[in-house]
Write a protein that binds this ligand. Structure first.
Ligand code: SF4
Ligand code: SF4
Length: 422
């Protein structure tokens, strides 16, 4: 006999009342996939998460200058990274307002690293030239900046793509920490699969303008969909106060094309009816992603997140006793987060769980990153994952953090003030 579990339809307000009375059932997106149908039917809110390389990010800062009187800034560099002064002139206020793009860089140092250094309250070296020619050079600390917000042009795509290089020569790209090896030798991918926020509400029924979310651990608000958002692959934009962010969720990821910016999101999905219940129960193997030619980003075939996340290692284990003491340690040199010490210890606070070290030196660094079997142009190939540009371990962490905050009422669920068109 087949039992059909029916859930009670709920409104946003009913769920909010249950949360404030301490009666709501909250599960992470991972937990709701693993529980029984009966348990799932009782869930009021699901907390989703994603952490990845998100180029469409920028910071807006108000930077106090103490040392010199100046009129208004004409050019500005923060730790060598070019920032954009303005748009407000702040004439004669000894204050520079600036926008810093998440993809801006100075050599191997990128804005994602700068944002994290700010949060870690490291001195930020400011070099500016004022309209009147005054040269400014001084260190500023993040705690002295009266305004710092992180914003986005596009973040949190409903999952993303996998890449491989079908050509006969290596390719430098933002989709790999190293040059992409030729001839289908390896694969990289982005997207946290079944725990991804938009994947759990693909029609954006509960996520809209004004939805409160966590961005890098700080409360933020969804402001809309972003550039290149489509019905099939929506993404989101948000604004959040950098002062409240946790540097553990941020940082810069070094690719072979230069540094990229890392952002983490957690989004609550209220389970209003059976359609939403079905959505939040989605499994990795039900979510397809294109496997594309990295040079032209054209899909060659489709795979699913089950092959990439089910049963694979979320993090890497290191066994330094197996080290052969090479003249140059390729693992240390290639780590996109500079997270491996000369003693071969992984700094878990910095590590992105990309897995690259395990493909460069499998003797010392151990992880199963998975592989896919695909048929392209009539040839069946097995392509191993070499590097991940999403960190599911940290995405799970931020989804658990949001669950705790909802349960202890330090984070209040909000209903969107306006719907978004995915
Ligand atoms: S960790 Fe691996 S690559 Fe690095 S020195 Fe040891 S054996 Fe060589
Ligand atoms: S998994 Fe390895 S290569 Fe990747 S960030 Fe961590 S230590 Fe570096």
């Amino acid at each position: 006999m087949v039992f059909v579990i029916q859930m009670t339809i709920r409104t946003f307000n009913e769920i909010k009342r249950k949360l404030s009375a301490g009666e709501a059932v909250v599960m992470t997106a991972q937990e709701i996939k693993e529980c029984t149908e009966k348990e799932a039917a009782e869930v009021d809110v699901v907390t989703t998460g994603t952490r990845g390389v998100m180029s469409g990010t920028y910071g807006v800062f108000s930077i106090p200058i103490k040392s010199l009187k100046f009129s208004k800034a004409k050019s500005l560099f923060l730790n060598g990274i070019c920032a954009h002064p303005g748009p407000c002139p702040n004439e004669n206020l000894n204050l520079i307002e600036a926008v810093v793009f998440g993809t801006a860089s100075a050599g191997n140092y990128g804005a994602g690293m700068l944002f994290r250094d700010m949060l870690e309250n490291k001195p930020i070296h400011v070099e500016a030239v004022a309209k009147d020619g005054t040269q400014i050079s001084e260190d500023v600390f993040f705690e002295d900046m009266p305004y710092a917000k992180l914003m986005s042009t596009r973040n949190a795509f409903r999952n993303y793509s996998a890449m491989t290089n079908p050509h006969d020569h290596p390719i430098t790209t933002i989709f790999h920490a190293l040059e992409f090896s030729p001839n289908y030798k390896e694969l990289t991918f982005s997207g946290c699969g079944s725990i991804n926020p938009v994947q759990n509400d693909p029609s954006l029924r509960t996520i809209g303008i004004g939805t409160k979310v966590l961005v890098n651990g700080a409360e933020g608000f969804v402001t809309g969909t972003g550039t290149r958002s489509t019905q099939q692959s929506p993404n989101l934009t948000a604004v959040a106060d950098m002062k409240e962010m946790n540097p553990d969720y941020m940082g810069g990821f070094m690719t072979s094309e230069g540094p990229e910016c890392i952002v983490s999101w957690a989004v609550p999905i209220p389970v209003l009816d059976e359609t939403l219940l079905k959505n939040v129960r989605i499994q990795n193997e039900q979510i397809q992603l294109p496997l594309s030619d990295v040079s032209i980003r054209k899909p060659m075939t489709y795979i699913d997140y089950g092959k990439l996340w089910n049963g694979t290692s979320l993090s890497v284990k290191a066994d330094s006793d197996k080290c052969k003491h090479c003249e140059v340690c390729k693992a240390v040199k290639s780590c996109p987060m500079s997270a491996i010490s000369d003693m071969l210890e992984i700094n878990r606070y910095r590590c992105f769980n990309c897995g690259l070290c395990s493909t460069i030196c499998p003797d010392v660094f151990h992880a199963d990153l998975g592989k896919v079997q695909v048929c392209i142009d009539g040839t069946t190939r097995e392509i191993p994952v070499a590097c991940r540009q999403s960190d599911r371990a940290r995405a799970l962490k931020i989804s658990r953090e949001l669950k705790s905050k909802l349960l202890d009422r330090t984070f209040l669920l909000t209903e969107p003030v306006e719907k978004l068109q995915p």
